[in-house]
Design a protein around this ligand. Structure first.
Ligand code: HEM
Length: 203
């Protein structure tokens, strides 16, 4: 099956880098519109959320399709979420706060949606650091508990989005609903409908 092909991962990497490539292309060709910083913040924020949700899709896809190979992409997608949130954070820190640490802390404390986004970013750091095989072996059972933090991160990310929107709640609501479905799947009720688990394959 194509999921197990040697080309699957390189193709997946290319797809994951496409949004970044498109933004760089637009940046160097004057395609970011009247407010380039706003455009970059928005795009990197949206892609962070999309990659987080895609990461959460891998386990249900494995269960529903019976194809364990979906799990090969989970770590990669999680790391791309971390990559995009690092860009998102850096753009904000550089463009909005000119790398001034004090200003940054003040903004994090003052604006609740920034507090939520920043908390999600901080929580993602240990997950990114411990996502490799060596850490999986070293942490044993604790690894799974630690990586369950991704559910909290997704919730914080969605709340951050809902909070910052001022008028049109349609887009954040769609992401919130997808997140709720994926989280509900983890909590059990959907699992109990009798979907059989396929064995886990790492990488
Ligand atoms: C997992 C973490 C995060 C996720 C999922 C996320 C997601 C998003 C999304 C979806 C948007 C809206 C994009 C749009 O308007 O279309 C956004 C905007 C924004 N985010 Fe984040 N974000 C995260 C972390 C952060 C962090 C760490 C910061 C800074 C500390 C931050 C600061 C901002 C700012 C300033 C905006 C633009 C607000 C505005 O338009 O007024 N975010 N983010």
């Amino acid at each position: 099956m194509w999921l197990k092909s040697v080309y699957a991962k390189p193709v997946a990497h290319l797809l994951c880098l496409l949004p970044c490539g498109a933004l760089l292309w637009a940046a160097f060709n004057g395609g970011l519109g009247a407010n380039p910083v706003e455009k970059l913040t928005h795009e990197t924020g949206i892609w962070t959320l999309r990659f987080l949700l895609l990461t959460l899709c891998m386990t249900p896809l494995r269960q529903w399709s019976g194809q364990a190979a979906w799990i090969r992409f989970r770590r990669m997608l999680g790391l791309y979420a971390f990559f995009y949130v690092s860009c998102h954070f850096s753009i904000w820190f550089i463009a909005d706060h000119s790398l001034r640490f004090g200003d940054m802390i003040e903004d994090i404390v003052k604006r609740p949606y920034i507090t939520l986004g920043f908390s999600a970013f901080l929580l993602l750091i240990p997950l990114a650091i411990t996502s490799n095989q060596a850490m999986i072996r070293k942490l044993g059972r604790k690894w799974k508990s630690l990586h369950q933090l991704v559910y909290v991160i997704v919730l914080l990310g969605v709340l951050h989005f809902v909070w910052l929107v001022k008028a049109d709640y349609l887009e954040p609501s769609i992401y919130a609903i997808i997140a709720m479905i994926l989280l509900a799947h983890r909590l059990g009720p959907i699992k109990r409908l009798g979907v059989k688990s396929a064995p886990v394959a790492r990488n």
